[in-house]
Write a protein that binds this ligand. Sequence first.
Ligand SMILES: NC(=O)C1=CN([C@@H]2O[C@H](COP(=O)(O)OP(=O)(O)OC[C@H]3O[C@@H](n4cnc5c(N)ncnc54)[C@H](OP(=O)(O)O)[C@@H]3O)[C@@H](O)[C@H]2O)C=CC1
Ligand SMILES: O=C(O)[C@@H]1CCC=N1
Length: 271
Amino acid sequence: MLKEKFGFIGGGKMAEALCKGIIRAGLSAGSNIIVSDVLAERCRLLKEEIGVQTTQDNHDIAAFADVIILAVKPQIIGEALENIKNDITPRHLIISIAAGIPLHFIESKLRENVRVIRVMPNTPCLIASSATAFAPGKHTTEGDKKLAHAIFNAVGKVFQLEEKYLDAVTGVSGSGPAYVYMFIEALSDGGVKMGLPREIATALAAQTALGAAKMVLETGQHPAQLKDAVTSPAGTTIEGVSKLEDGGLRAAVINAVEAAALKSKKLGELL
Ligand SMILES: NC(=O)C1=CN([C@@H]2O[C@H](COP(=O)(O)OP(=O)(O)OC[C@H]3O[C@@H](n4cnc5c(N)ncnc54)[C@H](OP(=O)(O)O)[C@@H]3O)[C@@H](O)[C@H]2O)C=CC1
Ligand SMILES: O=C(O)[C@@H]1CCC=N1
């Protein structure tokens, strides 16, 4: 259990997933977390479902928390920082999970020497299976980096990277779960087309994605080697693989990552 208290500005999908993940991982208790949201109904729901404290006033966040997680949409980060800048003191560590928002923007909106870390997590942090990358700001200490590592390591895998890579990370793992859900849904649709009950088809598709991902991570083999091991000469798999190539799966995925990464970059440039 960490001694630091956590405050979230923005109580949406990602704050909810992170709060649940942090509590489930035993890193903090609901009573040590406060979340702000503009909607009273959202506050009520978070309080009832997760047991965190809630507020509609962002000024309450810095008064309570040591670590402040910026979890509002990138487009309103500037407004949220303006709102809290006078509340931030040297005891606070600011963690931004907003896509595309550069460290220098956040640092420039706060008082001098404020410690800021930019993080790109993903929603599987809810079940301790997140893929996260973070980049430290100008004034972060070794202790801050260790703390960020500890938080995101508890809810999945975490990598410290230079900030220049974070837009690409957003394209791969920040947005990535959506692509994988689409693939699983399509795999299930294929099963249904061929007569499987939907529930079975989705369970088989999701377990297949999970197993294949674990094979990549645990065997250390190249994905192409693992694919070749499934693909028997004149067998069934090569028929399917050939259709995926016809449909441009690889190009579609590469283009998706590029588009999401470029959008992340653009969000930072529009400020
Ligand atoms: N969803 C994801 O998978 C990931 C998201 N992120 C990043 O996390 C951040 C949050 O994303 P997500 O949770 O999906 O977004 P949501 O829109 O679900 O959450 C943001 C919440 O903040 C509320 N809000 C708006 N203005 C304020 C304010 N001034 N003070 C407090 N709360 C406010 C919003 O209310 P209202 O809706 O009424 O405006 C909403 O409930 C984004 O910056 C995104 O880029 C990063 C990684 C993954
Ligand atoms: O779609 C988005 O903008 C956010 C950032 C990464 C995942 N979801």
